[in-house]
Design a protein around this ligand. Structure first.
Ligand code: PGA
Length: 255
């Protein structure tokens, strides 16, 4: 049985390296006892190598929040997938809505997916609609997956993780929480889209789908019980060790 995933997206926090190490080791000490979960901490890139050096086993690993698609050269400010791999990361978040809103296009996301998969790295593809005013979210979800995967073959698609992150439910400006039932419906849509892409329901079933958007210690139970998910991607609550540990424990106990 595959382990469930709990991914902490620290975004642009904390502001100092010593704080990052303290937060990381505090969570790491507790997270080790939860055997059914793989915890992934995605810190700002500047801390990645230092935190990667603290990783001791596969149950508690690090990931990057982004990667460029080229492997080296004159690309000021960019960081390549091989640098991220050499910093001991195992995962890379791709296409987060906060990056899409800063100009990241589906074409850029597709290139990043393909480049990351040339290394033993796992892309966490973030997808999600901006609103639920009508049924257009179904098409948005499908199209984002198709666009992001269009440079990949079936074997490569089988190695990805998909994170459903409805933009309207993310962060402190969330319109309202996404219900586990709304999440479960989209998980079906994602699985069907993946099955069509790889031509195999079995392969599609083996691709982890996680949920992200205002996940906290209170609502985590309902998501793991009714959301049909293989894990969660946590923003704000991943910066609070107590909340994050409670989330890991709840996912572990539901597995
Ligand atoms: P949030 O962020 O948990 O703070 O809503 C989730 C995300 O953006 O990945």
């Amino acid at each position: 049985m595959n382990k469930k995933l709990v991914i902490g997206n620290w975004k642009m926090n904390p502001s100092r390296g010593d704080e990052a190490r303290k937060l990381f080791t505090t969570i790491q000490k507790k997270a080790h006892s939860f055997e059914s979960v793989e915890t992934v901490i995605c810190p700002p890139l500047i801390y990645l190598e230092s935190l990667g050096s603290l990783v001791t086993d596969r149950s508690f690993v690090v990931g990057a929040q982004d990667a460029f698609w080229e492997h080296g050269g004159a690309y000021t400010g960019q960081v390549s997938p091989d640098m991220i791999f050499n910093a001991k990361a195992r995962y890379v978040i791709v296409g987060h809505s906060e990056r899409r809103s800063n100009g990241e296009t589906d074409a850029m996301i597709a290139q990043k997916m393909a480049s990351i998969l040339t290394f033993p790295l796992i892309p966490i593809l973030c997808i999600g609609e901006h609103h639920r005013n009508d049924d257009s979210y179904v098409m948005t979800i499908k199209q984002q997956i198709i666009d992001a995967c269009h440079l990949l073959n079936s074997e490569q698609i089988a190695r990805i993780v998909v994170a459903y992150e409805p933009v309207w439910a993310i962060g402190k400006n969330a319109v309202r929480p996404c219900s586990p039932q709304e999440c479960a419906e989209v998980v079906h849509i994602i699985r069907q889209t993946l099955a069509d892409l790889v031509n195999s329901s079995d392969t599609a079933r083996s691709i982890p789908i996680v949920y992200g958007g205002s996940v906290d210690r209170e609502n985590i139970v309902s998501f793991v019980t009714d959301g049909l998910i293989d894990g969660v991607l946590v923003g704000r609550a991943s910066l609070d060790p107590e909340s994050f540990i409670t989330i890991i424990k709840t996912v572990n106990n539901a597995s």
